[in-house]
Design a protein around this ligand. Sequence first.
Ligand code: ZN
Length: 49
Amino acid sequence: MLERLACRCEGCDRRLNDERRMLSFERGGHVRNAYECPCGAVTITVTRG
Ligand SMILES: [Zn+2]
């Protein structure tokens, strides 16, 4: 199973990688990562921790 899919900005479809990650936290057994795109949009992904 792929746990680390490349995610894309919800605003401009730019690919987001770890360099864009500004926040990561675990809640209820899932890891949530927030990525801030240069366009200003914030995309949040949820993966199993
Ligand atoms: Zn963007």
